[in-house]
Design a protein around this ligand. Structure first.
Ligand SMILES: [Zn+2]
Length: 80
């Protein structure tokens, strides 16, 4: 990572610290759970089953993959 891109990342993080993250939806897991990425700093979060926002770690992403898979299969069964 070059120095200039590193400093622009810091500036973007400062923007988020000041005005808050600007999340855009990147993936739908279920009707109630989505994954979001911050437009400014790239921070990834998701809703958990209790409706709270938590950091999208590798482990959480794996759980979401399983939930999405299950949800999709369940929907397909209903459609049939
Ligand atoms: Zn951010």
């Amino acid at each position: 990572m070059s120095n200039s891109s590193k400093s622009s990342f810091i500036i973007k993080s400062l923007v988020c610290q000041t005005i808050g993250h600007k999340y855009i939806e990147t993936r739908k897991i279920t009707n109630h759970i989505h994954e979001y990425t911050c437009k400014h700093c790239g921070r990834e979060v998701t809703e958990n089953p209790t409706g709270n926002i938590e950091l999208l770690t590798h482990k959480v992403r794996e759980v979401n993959n399983n939930v999405a898979d299950f949800f999709e299969r369940k929907n397909r069964n209903v459609a049939i």
